[in-house]
Write a protein that binds this ligand. Sequence first.
Ligand SMILES: Cc1cc2nc3c(=O)[nH]c(=O)nc-3n(C[C@H](O)[C@H](O)[C@H](O)COP(=O)(O)OP(=O)(O)OC[C@H]3O[C@@H](n4cnc5c(N)ncnc54)[C@H](O)[C@@H]3O)c2cc1C
Ligand code: FES
Length: 282
Amino acid sequence: MQATTLETSTNIYVPQIAEMISIVQCTAMEKLFRLRFLDGHDLGHQPGQFVEISLFGVGECPISVTSSPTERGYFDLCIRKTGKVTDALHKLPVGSKVGIRGPFGRGFNPDEMKGQDILFIGGGIGLVPMRSLINYVIHPTYRPNYRNITILYGAKNPSEFLFPEEMEEWRNRKDIDFRITVDKAVPGWQGNVGVITTLIPPLQLDALHTFCVIVGPPIMYKFVLISLADKNIPEDKIIMSLERQMKCGVGKCGHCAIGEYYCCIDGPVFKYPEVKHIKEAL
Ligand SMILES: Cc1cc2nc3c(=O)[nH]c(=O)nc-3n(C[C@H](O)[C@H](O)[C@H](O)COP(=O)(O)OP(=O)(O)OC[C@H]3O[C@@H](n4cnc5c(N)ncnc54)[C@H](O)[C@@H]3O)c2cc1C
Ligand code: FES
């Protein structure tokens, strides 16, 4: 009996069972699932890591952990409904059981950013992996380790903003500069209109002491990188999370190859100089 328990907890292919303890509809396409392992253990992830979530008889897919490691006893996944597995997950009620493998991959390294400014640039669902790091560095225990924290967040239109209550908290905090934009205005919208790069030129950045964390759709990286070069941000302070189609999540199947890397084990978080030379990376 003891041998089986040990085998299960160390075998990277064997899912562990977690229960959905709450489900919140964030937008028309995304739901926030809070999960807890049946045996109560913590996931033990770093911000930016992902898990493979499985629904028995349906399939498995990689999803970023969106909660901060500072939250204990549960973890959150924000899932967009896009196909077979995610559609099925969206139909589940609270109390449902799913399989979880992981956490996997190389996440962000908050220690490396200590004593520096951090500029977050998130587009659309890119806020999901980034939120884990944001909520880690703004946690009262860790906030003193960092200087200025700026969060730029863009969505196609206001109805696509994820986590509106949390956005309000970030907006109200004196120690965070939080700015948002939408690609298209709707009646009643009074904020900035334009792509996320329109928020960068007005920023006063201490270029040599600022880490920039970027997560968003592929098209966003190209233009954000140009704007950050205009601000003289050193390339080795630009950090990004890349998404590739994955299967195994543990470096065995080759589905997620980008140049010489396997995104699932060498990433999904990379420094810009690591992937700059790989044409298909960005
Ligand atoms: C490291 C990582 C982290 C991720 N984190 C999240 C997250 O936090 N929240 C979230 O909603 N999604 C996330 N995704 C994307 C998610 O894994 C896919 O949407 C999911 O695999 C789709 O599975 P499905 O069975 O529902 O759809 P399928 O029926 O398999 O496919 C539906 C459509 O989505 C496309 N697709 C499948 N996987 C991907 C992918 N990785 N990238 C782009 N298109 C894809 C397929 O080609 C197809 O067109 C992440 C992906 C990776 C690799
Ligand atoms: S998903 Fe299998 S090697 Fe990366």
